[in-house]
Write a protein that binds this ligand. Structure first.
Ligand code: UD1
Length: 389
């Protein structure tokens, strides 16, 4: 068999994206698959879990992602409805394309839904960003991670601790490969194109005085249901952020869930301040520029914990646990939970002492997707040859 050619009777890799954090993971994978010899043929499926211009279209452009071959257009819904709709609409895709495998990333509802459908139809599943665990089963993403890893065939991990988590769950080490972090591939390849904070703010119509007066700023994002869905949690968190804004001005990029809940609970007054800029969800290059220029980041996002570590910017994570412990052990991340005193003293520490310096974790070097392409093509071709014997 000519090693430069993909076997004609071996199907494409169906690559699934659904929600915003999937896009930055998939973009470098698709590029690496196209550049590999032999090139891995792909079909890009978007489940439509995220669909807004701000949550979707802008990121496709920024990340130079190709237009999806198929959009399942599932939209929003309860977890059951969203997961079920993805499953129902994804099944015929397998029939049409007869893929060699389905590749899923991360931990969103679309990840689990497509994994379940594929495994039950005997199509191998490859999970990128496997083995991360918060050990908090109250998080929908934790359920998606545990179940996806349990039934997927090949598990690519971003940090070494992931293997220990998987072994603890009875998963064989043979299914696991440590390749590094594809999200950081995206960050490194786009860093030079990041938009300056001044440009982002002026395009958002923010008074130029904000940046002039504030040589320094902090970036805030909040969207976890556990932080924003109850008034009893959201209100005190916004009050602390208001106090933080007295120490350093805040640029707060609002997820639609958070914006809707601020309106529902009538909490506008807490964020209505000259020292707090509210922005809609940002494009990838805007967010990269804002984070790079920030003195610190306050967030409950998984991706931002990793990106701040890669950028060397101090991050205070407004959660009790993290599934990405390497960002705390090696990186710039500190868990501050939702306690007022802990958050404020975390901010003081950064503003007074500069915060954690951190170092770049192993294999967060911009080459994770290349490692996946090399390993997956060998795995698929080897498997194919065995079935022909
Ligand atoms: C999802 C992921 C979460 C990820 C987050 C990033 C799951 C379980 N959660 O959470 O892991 O960190 O994406 O954003 O998969 N909405 C819009 N426009 C959109 C999409 C959503 O307005 O394009 C609104 C809708 O009101 C929707 C709500 O946001 O009900 C939540 O969207 P959903 O996809 O259910 O979950 P996220 O909170 O975005």
């Amino acid at each position: 068999m000519n090693p430069e050619l993909w076997p004609t009777d071996l199907g494409p890799v169906v690559c699934v994206v659904g929600a915003r954090p999937n896009f930055m993971k998939m973009a470098p994978i698709l590029r690496a698959f196209a550049a590999h010899q032999p090139a891995l043929p792909t079909v890009l499926v978007h489940t439509g879990q995220h669909y807004d211009k701000d949550m979707n279209d802008r990121l496709f452009v920024d990340l130079r992602l190709p237009h999806p071959d198929i959009n399942l257009e599932v939209g929003s819904g309860t977890h059951a409805v969203q997961t079920a709709d993805v499953m129902r609409r994804f099944e015929p895709v397998l029939e049409t394309y007869k893929p060699s495998c389905v590749l899923v990333v991360g931990d969103v509802n679309s990840t689990l839904a497509c994994t379940l459908v594929s495994v039950k139809r005997g199509v191998p599943v490859v999970h990128v960003e496997a083995g991360l665990r918060s050990y908090d089963r109250g998080m929908p993403e934790e359920i998606n991670r545990v179940l996806t890893d349990q039934i997927a065939d090949l598990l690519y991990t971003t940090e070494r601790s992931a293997l220990d988590n998987l072994l603890r769950e009875g998963i064989s080490a043979e299914r696991v490969r440590f390749v590094g972090n594809v999200m950081i591939d995206s960050l490194l390849s786009n860093r030079e194109f990041a938009h300056s904070p001044a440009k982002t703010l002026s395009e958002a119509g923010v008074d130029a005085a904000f940046l002039k007066d504030s040589q320094e700023f902090a970036v805030v994002t909040l969207h976890r249901p556990s932080n924003v869905d109850q008034i009893g949690t959201l209100q005190p968190l916004l009050s602390v952020l208001r106090e933080v804004s007295e120490k350093i001005p805040l640029i707060f990029a609002l997820h639609p869930r958070t914006r809707a809940n601020i309106e529902r609970f009538a909490l506008h007054d807490l964020v209505n301040s000259k020292r707090i800029v509210l922005l809609p969800p940002q494009g990838y290059l805007e967010m990269l520029g804002l984070m790079s220029g920030a003195r610190l980041v306050l967030t409950d996002s998984g991706g931002l914990q990793e990106e701040t570590t890669a950028l060397g910017i101090p991050c205070l994570t407004i959660r009790e646990n993290t599934e990405r412990p390497i960002t705390v052990e090696h990186g710039t991340n500190t868990m501050v939970g939702s306690d007022r005193g802990t958050i404020l003293s975390g901010v003081d520490e950064v503003l007074g002492g500069g915060g954690k310096c951190g170092r770049i974790p192993e294999f967060w070097d911009g080459k994770a997707a290349e490692r996946i392409a090399a390993d997956l093509s060998l795995w698929l071709i080897g498997r194919h040859r065995r079935t022909l014997k």
